[in-house]
Design a protein around this ligand. Structure first.
Ligand code: GEK
Length: 244
């Protein structure tokens, strides 16, 4: 039996806030944490299913990179209608993969899911029609991002899609301050205290590195995608659809 708890990881004052990690404590509270922290997450997940349905083609591979507990994996699975596709979900956190396996087992979808505990920077993408990076690239070191995106673009078939969701930052500062303040309002409205917000912020500071919308778009084009559209934005959270 897999237990699930509300997120109170940063509720009490900590002597020292250590870098955020996707360990067992985080995996246990993850569904609650991500829904209360990421504006638009609950809208993006079903849209991943819709986008998969449009771009997945028969006899190809579909990948969910940084799958966590499989919310985006299952959305992709339900979007894979009438195609003989293979769904591959990868995460390098053992705690996440163990629980993900449990949730996938509870799902009624028919497409088999190949779950792998691996570093997505060293995975070969091949014969792909849809790749999802739902709030994962932001945790990859900036210097490793171009080669990973090139690997994805190379492994996608022409006309295939990359769905990339990210926390972003804005220049000029005024826009950044406005949208960041609204993000914290969202967290407060979802029951997080100012202490929780500030301790989590410190924990993520060196771990989640956001970039601007323009940087994302230009790099996707440089890495081999032919078009990039922002299909969703809520405050400083954005989702791109890049087509090869
Ligand atoms: C969802 N997509 O629910 N290799 C593999 N996995 C990694 C790596 C790496 N190098 N770095 C980080 N991860 C999910 C949510 S969460 C987003 C994705 C968030 C994994 C990490 O272990 C974690 O499970 C995931 O990327 C990011 O739609 O927590 O904001």
């Amino acid at each position: 039996m897999v237990d699930q708890k509300p997120d109170n990881i940063y509720a009490s004052p900590l002597d020292r806030v250590t870098d955020f990690a996707f360990d067992d404590a985080v995996a246990r509270v993850f569904p609650d944490m991500i829904q209360r922290s990421v504006p638009g997450y609950t809208t993006i997940i079903p849209m991943i299913g819709l986008i998969t349905e449009r771009y997945a083609t028969s006899g190809t591979n579909c990948y969910d990179l940084g799958c966590s507990l499989g919310a985006s994996t299952l959305a992709m699975r339900h979007g894979l209608k009438n195609t003989q596709s293979t769904l591959i979900a990868i995460d390098n956190s053992e705690a996440m993969i163990k629980r993900c396996e449990h949730y996938i087992g509870l799902d009624y979808g028919i497409t088999p899911v190949k779950l792998r505990c691996d570093d997505i920077r060293s995975v070969t993408i091949e014969n792909a029609s849809v790749v999802t990076l739902n709030f994962t690239l932001q945790f990859i070191r900036q210097e490793d991002r171009p080669s990973m995106l090139k690997n994805i673009a190379n492994g996608l078939r022409t006309g295939g899609a990359l769905l990339l969701s990210e926390k972003v930052y804005f220049e000029p500062t005024q826009e950044q301050e406005t949208l960041e303040a609204l993000h914290y309002d969202f967290k407060r409205a979802n029951g997080y205290s100012d202490l929780e917000i500030s301790q989590k912020r410190s924990a993520l500071e060196q771990v989640l590195i956001p970039e601007t919308i323009e940087e994302h778009k230009q790099r996707l084009l440089d890495c081999g995608f032919s078009s990039v559209a922002v299909w969703y934005q809520c405050f400083n959270f954005v989702s791109f659809l890049a087509i090869k």
